[in-house]
Design a protein around this ligand. Structure first.
Ligand SMILES: C[S@@+](CC[C@H](N)C(=O)[O-])C[C@H]1O[C@@H](n2cnc3c(N)ncnc32)[C@H](O)[C@@H]1O
Length: 361
């Protein structure tokens, strides 16, 4: 395998020089995931874990950055691929970082050791790793999960979503929010089986992936409380109305007379903790994009209704679209909350019902 050296964050990193290699020697490095790793570093700085597990480490980029840039004392980097582990060792060496490195299947590692921060960054869905990670997570520990199978989560492949996430999906105009909420709902539901309540600390959708950080707390009371936010989403493709419905109480018909389409179970609560976001922003001094993203996510947590795609709303009324900022001003002017969303530049998050949104057009 031919390798080249790059710099990411504060570390030197050896990565495969060819983008396409044979299956046998492929070691995965994706430069578009740098933002994802920048955020991991800042979050590790805020949380200061005792023992961080980079479960699916690839080149070691994330775990090594957490060790150097967040100053976490005990970092374990693991990968099942021996070529990846060879590269992780070299990367640890050239950066003079004292970390643990293992070459194990993720499941067996998690059955042997415990951590207070477990990072799961797989190819595609994270579902196979969630259960063993819950068992290996210390009480009050943090679970970080990436999912790149956005087409399943966002409604393009509904049967894949049923199989992997045990959830109904829908291709709505706010499909990426449905996808993120489905992922959150899945992890939270898995925790409930062990009386572990997972509270989202921060989550986002960027490019082709979802990423979520949860605090896991052993508490039956908290689990029962989170049951209230595990719901179905009901969407009307006629008037774009949407509502969350308890699992035992969905309604057949929208107020416009058309039938609702349903998605879920999914998480209807906040997908980030505002105070936590502020802490992360303080640690994100070198990433302007990261700072903007966390700021947007923080700003949208007071409204949990899915966002409206402004173009879709105007198109529905057959009139040309106006800027999102004008819509925000108009809705605020009549007493509703209205903000932008990190999910889309054309997105408007508001607590106004759909008829009020139409009324201001
Ligand atoms: C998407 S890559 C990880 C990228 C890395 N986290 C980063 O930020 O650059 C997924 C990695 O998981 C490893 N992997 C896949 N299945 C595994 C398993 N069951 N146990 C351990 N490693 C596994 C692959 O070899 C691959 O290196």
């Amino acid at each position: 395998m031919e390798i080249k050296e790059i710099t990411e964050g504060d570390i030197r990193l050896l990565i495969p020089s060819k983008r396409r290699m044979t299956r046998k020697d492929v070691v995965f490095y994706n430069r578009y995931m740098k933002l994802n790793r920048d955020l991991s570093v800042s979050i590790a700085r805020v949380l200061k874990p005792e023992r961080f597990c980079d479960l699916l480490s690839g080149t070691g980029a994330r775990g090594l950055r957490v060790s150097r840039e967040a100053g976490v004392g005990r970092v374990l980097l693991n990968d099942a691929n021996p070529n990846a582990v060879g590269l992780i060792r070299k990367n640890a060496e050239i950066n003079k970082l004292d970390v643990e490195i293992t070459n194990k299947d993720a499941g067996s590692l998690l059955s042997e050791e415990r951590f207070d921060f477990i990072d799961i960054d797989p190819f595609g869905p994270p579902v196979a790793f969630i259960d063993p990670a819950i068992k290996a997570l210390e009480n009050n520990g943090v679970l970080a999960v990436t999912a790149t199978d956005t087409s399943a989560l966002c409604g393009a492949y509904p049967r894949a979503c049923r199989r992997k996430y045990d959830s109904l999906s829908l291709r709505t105009d706010y499909y990426n929010e449905v996808g993120l909420r489905t992922l959150l709902g899945y992890v939270i539901r898995q925790g409930l089986r062990y009386d572990v309540s997972f509270r989202p600390l921060f989550s986002h959708c960027t490019r082709h992936y979802f990423r979520a950080y949860f605090r896991g707390r052993k508490s039956r009371r908290d689990c029962n409380e989170s049951l209230q936010s595990l719901v179905y989403l009901q969407h009307c493709f006629n008037c774009l109305n949407r509502r969350y419905s308890p699992l035992d109480g969905w309604v057949e018909e929208c107020e416009c007379g058309h039938g609702f389409a349903n998605a879920g179970p999914l998480w209807s609560g906040v997908f980030a903790d505002k105070e936590f976001c502020s802490g992360v922003m303080e640690e994100l001094e070198f990433s302007e994009r990261g700072f903007e993203l966390v700021d947007l996510v923080r700003g949208e947590q007071d409204i949990t209704n899915p966002y409206y795609n402004i173009h879709r709303v105007f198109h529905r009324r057959g009139i040309s679209a106006r800027p999102t900022s004008e819509m925000i001003d108009s809705l605020s002017g009549i007493g509703f909350m209205a903000v932008r969303t990190h999910f889309s530049g054309l997105g408007l998050r508001t607590d106004a019902p759909v008829r009020e949104v139409y009324s201001i057009l």
